[in-house]
Ligand binder design. Sequence first.
Ligand SMILES: [Fe+2]
Ligand SMILES: [Fe+2]
Length: 463
Amino acid sequence: MRPSFPLLAALALVASCQDVLPPLSSTDAAVAPSDGAASVDDERRPLAYTPAGCMHTVSSLAGTINNVLGDRAVFGPMAEPADVHTSWPADPSSTVAFVWRTDSQTRATVVQYGTSPTALDQTAVGSVSTGGTGTAQVTIHETHVCGLMPDTTYHYRVGGEGHWSAVQRFKTGPAPGRSDYDVNFAVSGDSRDNLAVWRQVQDAVAGGAQPPDFEVFTGDAVLLGTLQGAWQQWFAGATSAQSAMPFVMVHGNHDALAINYLMQFAQPQAAAPEQSELYFSFDYGPVHFVFLNDTPLRGDYTGNVAGTQLTWMRADLGRARSNRARVPFIVAVHHKPCFGSSRHSSTTDTIFVRETWGPVFDEYGVDLVLNGHEHDFELSKELDGRGQEVSGRRGVRYIVAAGAGAELYELADGTARAWSAYYESVVNYLRVHATMTRLEVTPYRLDGTIIDRGRVTLTPRPL
Ligand SMILES: [Fe+2]
Ligand SMILES: [Fe+2]
């Protein structure tokens, strides 16, 4: 669904969700009146609501049907929740969105959650929506909860009475303003062709002594975003990770702005003008993340990548730069690498993104840019905005972390570009560990070995 942030929504910030649980048998401020028998006309109307305790609203996408909020006991023939996962619709320290899939007749959209797997003592309800047609059709349930405690592991199940999912978990982000942050996240991308490899990557990400707090996906999840069957394989491959951590998705060209992509992930959004979930930012402990979309609607690179999105990005990075004393690192994430050495490094769209965003990353002191699109691992040198290695000052590091299932690429001309520090054509993922004083990136091959020459440790830029 597509959240938006009207000013009046702030009025809904009355209390935490723990304090305003919707009663199980009636409606409340967050729930539109419904007796479980909404008319077809009703369900074709767009839906917009403010989840209890949240500052953001949730709205259905154009063209969707079955838009219903709050029915708790209407079940179709395949009501068992599938593809159950979490993501962040706003501040990771206090919000979460639960998303899952059922048949198109199920309306129950209930989440039970709590801080113990055996005491899911809190309840929230959300909305359902159906989009697409034929084999692309998908029915998605989405429940948003706000007012969560920071740095806390929550357990949850979704569905409705008699049709509950397994109990899964997620952890909220650390409370803003601390100085003892110790956070971990994983990065992977480009799973699209070989979902068996994708599953192995996700099992590796989720395993280990210290599983990450969340995972960033750098785009191109499936071969074509409208192939709902492929999405279901993708979710099946990601079960081990998604049952334990939120995902943050970057839109890739293969995801194709499909309604299946847009519906199946609940993400934050930039404010006006576009109010999409395709680019957004948030702080997570010592890191300010800015997520960008380099495959704009209608291929509008000039109006979007160099226009509305760039305007938003500059404002966001300006705020982040002036907040470095509190949040010392800035990490940008988007799909098409500005400075890679592989198949797409000289395509028109890549060059446009490079020439438009590269100088901005440098200008605002972005520390690290994470990308996908090229199915390989690559670490850049410290670069200025035009891809020249800097001397005497800090530059920007770029890392391509992709090839988590997609066919691997080789170097475009058999040799790495001058901006490259290390390249390897290998299935890979990253683990990133960040505190207030260090941001350490450790790239892994699928066999568990570390790509030593791809490791990098960053310290905060001088204020
Ligand atoms: Fe790709
Ligand atoms: Fe791509």
